[in-house]
Design a binder for this molecule. Structure first.
Ligand code: NAG
Ligand code: NAG
Ligand code: NAG
Ligand code: NAG
Ligand code: NAG
Length: 471
């Protein structure tokens, strides 16, 4: 018996070495395969009694080798080894299809979430994925939940070749700080960004005007991120509404879908009050040079809370040329990434790459800073320090004049006075859903709407549902 124990140790060590070796090997996707092997031992299909909604598109991701089919969903946590039954239609036509059992995982690795404010939310973002054989090129996917089904169209994802930076925004909801957006777009453009993808839920009329202006210039793409659909009638009364029990509009899923939508070589996910800048020169040049090294999949920027005198909410941007900084090294970092290789994004660091599971091996600390101009900046006791970082490469004054001119054009000469009421109301509502001891999911979409509608007129995302449930 003792001998067996020793062998067990040796065997486990060998397996670990084997996994380490293969997960470093580019192009193996080995751990995903291990997952599939384990899952095949025993499993049961997800049936119509499970609360689940699917993002409308499935993806064939050719950045992986072999390519992977990836399906995104919001659902209650899965038991071990539950899988989806799906037909892949190979000819856009029901005549030729292959049936697959597809296993899923929570996108951020844990269900329920280990992130406390999200831990009591019933619906967590998941991804189901399976590697495809060379002859398998699905045009459509049908998922079966007992006798019900969901049909997904299929989009294809390839390595990126267009030089540039694409900036993804997590769902924008009840947003009122339109001045942030002017500074954000102008600074990112000056750093080399060529496209912005804005997942949009709701904003003040003034904010919407700014978004429309940049949309009409062809710079930003506004993607509706509307409220979530109701569950099928048979199970709807057994579970909370998705809107009321999903963490902050499922920003985690929106962000990861956006990563797939990037068409430029470099991408990033940054909020409207965050701009990443290198110490010298322009971000695009700096990053392209660093990422020419195939081992560098991401560049990580230390957070610097940044404030201006006067504040930009006075509609005076002159303080942007000489910002004050509160660095918080090591926490709240953000990153830019090689869009050909990032598999799953987390908020503050990459989760995984298409060719290596251990993401830290591919991340490098940037020579630069995340400039984070929060409305309520930083922490009380941090000291403001001198730093070399600026929002715009080169001479600041021309850019500052440009921001004033732009605001004048957007509002046709009468720039609106900023009101703090919408923001204060949102914070009050979030404060009410925050106490985690009450086991309330911080679900600002469903729960805050009534209160928010009382204080101003909001522009809401209008669209067909982008999440589908079985019918
Ligand atoms: C549906 O799945 C659940 C959980 O796996 C299981 O308990 C239940 O028996 C299944 N129902 C049917 C009708 O198969
Ligand atoms: C669809 O199926 C029919 C046979 O049922 C076949 O003749 C046709 O070529 C298929 N269409 C495509 C696009 O493959
Ligand atoms: C990104 O990764 C791809 C694939 O490994 C590589 O060809 C490319 O040079 C890298 N860098 C950039 C900036 O795209
Ligand atoms: C920046 O440009 C402004 C005019 O656009 C000019 O007055 C100023 O001298 C320049 N500053 C520097 C440091 O070159
Ligand atoms: C912009 O302002 C000018 C002068 O104040 C006015 O004549 C014009 O109608 C306005 N344009 C729009 C689109 O509101």
């Amino acid at each position: 018996m003792k001998k067996l124990q020793q062998y067990k140790f040796v065997i486990i060590s060998l397996v670990i070495v084997f996994i380490m070796y293969y997960s470093y090997r580019p192009g193996s996707g080995y751990l995903e395969t291990v997952d599939e092997l384990f899952s095949m031992v025993a499993g049961e299909p997800i049936n119509a009694s499970h609360p689940i909604a699917f993002y409308q598109s499935a993806y064939v991701d050719y950045r992986f080798d072999p390519p992977r089919l990836r399906i995104f969903s919001l659902n209650k946590c899965l038991e071990n080894n539950q899988y989806l039954i799906a037909n892949l239609h190979l000819n856009g036509n029901n005549s030729e299809s292959v049936r697959k059992n597809i296993y899923g995982k929570p996108l951020d690795g844990h269900c329920p979430s280990i992130y406390i404010p999200a831990s009591s939310c019933l619906y967590m973002p998941h991804s189901f994925s399976i590697s495809l054989k060379p002859n398998e090129d699905p045009k459509k996917v049908t998922i079966f939940l007992d006798s019900r089904k969901v049909e997904l169209n299929v989009e294809k994802i390839y390595k990126k070749t267009t030089e540039g930076i694409t900036v993804c925004l997590q769902p924008v909801y009840y947003y009122s700080h339109w001045q942030n957006i002017v500074l954000y777009i102008e600074a990112w453009r000056a750093q080399g960004a060529t496209r912005f993808i804005v997942n949009f839920h709701s904003a003040t009329k003034e904010t919407w005007k700014v978004l429309e202006y940049y949309r009409d210039l062809g710079l930003i793409e506004i993607k509706p991120w509307p409220s979530f659909p109701s569950l099928p009638a048979e199970i709807a009364d057994k579970y909370p509404k998705i809107d009321n029990s999903v963490y902050v509009l499922s920003y985690f899923m929106a962000m990861n879908l956006c990563v797939l939508d990037i068409k430029t070589t470099i991408g990033t996910v940054a909020d409207f009050d965050e701009v990443m800048v290198p110490t010298n020169g322009r971000l695009l040049d700096y990053a392209t040079k660093e990422m020419a090294d195939a081992n560098v999949g991401a560049l990580s920027f230390d957070n610097h809370y940044t404030s201006f005198t006067p504040r930009i909410y006075t509609n005076d941007f002159s303080g942007v040329s000489s910002p004050q900084f509160q660095p918080t090294p090591g926490i709240q970092t953000k990153y830019i990434f090689n869009a050909s290789v990032l598999a799953i994004a987390q908020v503050h660091w990459p989760h995984s790459f298409v060719d290596s599971f251990f993401s830290w091996t591919r991340s490098k600390k940037a020579d630069g800073a995340l400039l984070h101009f929060r409305y309520v900046p930083g922490y009380g006791n941090l000291e403001t320090t001198e730093q070399p970082y600026r929002f715009f490469p080169g001479n600041q004054s021309a850019h500052i004049k440009n921001m004033h001119d732009t605001a004048n054009v957007i509002f046709n000469g009468s720039i609106p006075t900023f009101s703090t009421i919408p923001y204060d109301t949102l914070m009050k509502c979030i404060g009410k859903v925050l106490p985690v001891q009450d086991k309330v999911c911080r679900s600002t979409s469903g729960i805050c709407r009534e209160e928010m509608d009382k204080v101003t007129d909001w522009v809401y995302a209008e669209s067909e549902p982008i999440f589908l449930v079985a019918s």
